[in-house]
Design a protein around this ligand. Sequence first.
Ligand SMILES: Nc1ncnc2c1ncn2[C@@H]1O[C@H](COP(=O)(O)OP(=O)(O)OP(=O)(O)O)[C@@H](O)[C@H]1O
Length: 310
Amino acid sequence: MIQTEDLSKAFGEFVAVDGVNLRVETGEVLALLGPNGAGKTTTVRLLTSVLRPTRGRAWVAGFDVIQHPQKVRANVGVLTEHHGLYARMSGEEYLLFFAELYGLKGENSRRRVHTLLEQFGLEEAARRRIGEYSKGMRQKLALVRALLHSPPVLLLDEPTSAMDPENARIVRETIHSLRKAQHSIVLCTHNLTEAEALADRIAIIRRGRILFNDTPEALKRHLLGAPLYEIRFAQPWNDPLPTLPPGVEVVGRGSDWIHFRIEEPHRTNPLLLGALTAAKMPLLTFSELPRSLEEAYLRAMTMEEPHAMA
Ligand SMILES: Nc1ncnc2c1ncn2[C@@H]1O[C@H](COP(=O)(O)OP(=O)(O)OP(=O)(O)O)[C@@H](O)[C@H]1O
């Protein structure tokens, strides 16, 4: 579990993280989104006790980041943008070295290292020097290092940024299964499709402040309005529309389609479908129009005043 209260960090006069309140439960993925320089990496560094907050508090896996930095580090796996890999070591040597630092010994350490190398398709490269690895291979190795000691909390800064689609998928599946195994995960990313696919909650940070923190669905509703639905007709249909239930607005119409904005779909859609069927429309399909997280994020970025949310 992760919790922060009014977490803040200033570098001199400049406030990089400003009164951040976050909570990530076990088995939950929080995507932390925000433009370059918004304060994502600084937040991660505060949560790993690398930086000391100037104000506020944070707990990681139940440990206070100021009072128990070593316990925090033992319980957190972190992938940062600078991987700090040792170019002269082989991947295997590097991981065995870290496994030992984390307290894994002998056969246990070897088994853990090789299971992860295999899971991430690095087994063949294990004995090559890290200096010879490609960008994506280095990123995978750094991720394996973060996972070595099976920490309950993971802080992952751009985990797939250097990866090809196949490897990015392996990483996404790994994050998915770690979530199922009750890990708490913070994912900092600029990849909004990935955030949407993986995250239970989305926090948007700008200039050090959290603007929004909610489920992807609630965020879209808040930023883009009530959901949109589409009906398509089996053949052109241009008759006048029947009386529609309250809370349904027609926002577009073509010869074989209509778009509606619907305030309360659970309550209204059965009534709407009843009205359309009674009017003997040649209905082919009725579906929600997908809206992307990207659209909502871009809308948030154009807002002048921060709408602080818990
Ligand atoms: N050690 C430091 N000293 C002074 N300023 C810093 C320091 N570390 C970060 N900052 C500043 O704090 C702000 C937030 O930086 P941070 O790295 O947290 O952003 P970010 O959201 O991770 O950005 P990106 O998406 O580009 O990785 C930036 O303006 C950065 O210049």
